[in-house]
Design a binder for this molecule. Structure first.
Ligand SMILES: Cc1cc2nc3c(=O)[nH]c(=O)nc-3n(C[C@H](O)[C@H](O)[C@H](O)COP(=O)(O)OP(=O)(O)OC[C@H]3O[C@@H](n4cnc5c(N)ncnc54)[C@H](O)[C@@H]3O)c2cc1C
Length: 402
């Protein structure tokens, strides 16, 4: 029989991934607490800034099953086509929703809009207590429970702890878990851009000798920019006047969207790969960026984290006994292993291939893009992978509510 604890499940981190897990378990019998360091009312909530997030078709299906898609879709813009090119080399490939027989290849919305929808949903959840602002400062794993100490000295216990506390995960550090860490020595500069021509739901990924540029379609004919540059070069781009910034971007991206006329607030993010060695421990699971932080080149970080959520919720529903039982956690670990490894590897390979100005690699990239364009089965395989539709799908991704 399970011992008595304050909660069945504690989720540390109420950002995009942690909040999604709490919502996915709304119909379960579990007593859940979310511990979040930054108050939901604060503009400084780091998970919910103005970056554009491309949700894969698979993520859209998960949100549909969670009953959140209607609210999210009013902030989202569909990606109907993707255009991938390499500046200075011939070779282009295009993907289309029609060819893939899906309504959209993905949807783009800001992290802030997503945060608003997720926060509204968790506020009214019966089986959930939100403890915020609060941080975990110590943690002990006992045989039957985990015990957390908060920064206000409170002690709380649960059968299972899920760490969704981001790339710099405190839980990972408190447990002294090893992680593969690789500094790309790159930064992503983000901003919303308004082009002269209508984007017509095209997403563009353009590889250039100074790093990849992604422009994703958004509402009001804006495009969400992610511009990868070498570390140190981001400061100059952030400090340029709006006109000079647009001029430099135009020179790199070209005129596919006509003249680029406006730029919104610019931000930058250092880029590192972090992959926890052992994301499943005794009564502890790491998910989302706490388990794997990716380069944004392929827009897969949150999508991968949401698949962690969908599988963990699947394994935990229904559970009438101890939700921290080692067999349940092993099921989760085995189910997630190959998707996590594949996406991490593929993203890392893309960074190596496309952030390199070696001319030989440039020819290889051009040839690769042309080959993909002329081989529909290869394109279909790539599209399915980036839509998150490969492998065994959890119930939420198949349209089944938990
Ligand atoms: C420029 C850029 C563009 C991106 N574009 C895409 C995209 O198009 N598509 C995509 O899928 N992904 C994209 N990503 C990745 C995506 O943003 C992340 O994968 C996602 O934010 C991870 O969410 P998370 O909840 O795991 O972590 P985070 O967003 O880091 O949230 C962690 C939460 O935990 C809280 N926290 C931290 N420490 C503690 C503590 N000790 N105690 C309590 N709470 C704590 C934080 O306050 C925060 O709320 C992009 C990333 C970047 C940088």
């Amino acid at each position: 029989m399970a011992v008595s604890t304050d909660y069945d499940l504690i989720i540390v981190g109420g950002g995009m991934v942690g909040a999604s897990l709490a919502i996915a378990l709304a119909n379960s019998a579990l007593r859940i607490a979310v511990i979040e360091a930054v108050s939901a009312k604060s503009d400084q909530q780091p998970s919910y800034d103005d970056r554009g997030i491309a949700l894969s078709y698979g993520s859209q299906r998960i949100f549909e099953s969670l009953g959140l898609w209607d609210a999210l879709s009013s902030h989202s813009t569909a990606i109907k086509h993707i255009h991938i090119s390499d500046r200075g080399h011939f070779g282009v490939t295009r993907l289309s929703a029609q060819q893939e027989q899906v309504p959209a290849l993905g949807q783009v919305l800001t992290a802030r809009a997503m945060g608003h929808v997720l926060n509204q949903a968790i506020k009214s959840q019966d089986n959930l207590t939100i403890i915020s602002p609060a941080s975990v400062i110590a943690l002990q794993q006992h045989n039957d429970l985990v015990e957390l100490k908060l920064d206000d000295q409170r002690l709380i216990t649960a059968q299972l702890l899920v760490a969704a506390d981001g790339g710099q995960s405190t839980i990972r550090q408190l447990l002294q878990l090893g992680a593969l860490e690789h500094d790309y020595h790159q930064a992503a500069v983000t901003a919303n851009i308004t082009p002269e021509r209508a984007h017509q739901n095209w997403a563009y990924e353009r590889f250039t000798d100074t790093g990849p540029i992604a422009l994703l379609p958004m509402s009001e004919n804006r495009c969400s920019l992610v511009w990868t540059v070498k570390s140190g070069d981001e400061a100059a781009l952030l400090n340029l006047s709006e006109q000079d910034f647009l001029k430099q971007l135009q020179a790199r991206f070209g005129y596919r969207l006509g003249k680029l006329t406006q730029v919104g607030q610019r931000n930058s993010y250092p880029l590192r790969l972090i992959q926890a060695d052992q994301p499943v421990q005794h009564r502890v699971v790491l998910i989302g960026n706490a388990a794997h932080s990716l380069h944004p080149i392929a827009g897969q970080g949150f999508n991968l984290g949401l698949r962690d959520v969908a599988v963990l919720a699947d394994v935990l529903t229904p559970v009438d006994k101890d939700c921290g039982d080692a067999r349940l956690l092993l099921d989760y670990k085995q189910w997630r292993l190959s998707d996590q490894d594949n996406v991490i590897q593929a993203t890392n390979n893309l960074v190596t291939l496309f952030s390199n100005d070696n001319p030989l690699l440039g020819h290889f990239r051009g040839a690769g893009l042309s080959m993909m364009e002329s081989l529909p089965p290869l394109k279909h395989w790539l599209a399915k992978k980036s839509m998150g539709l490969n492998g065994k799908q959890p119930r939420l991704a198949r349209g089944i509510s938990l």
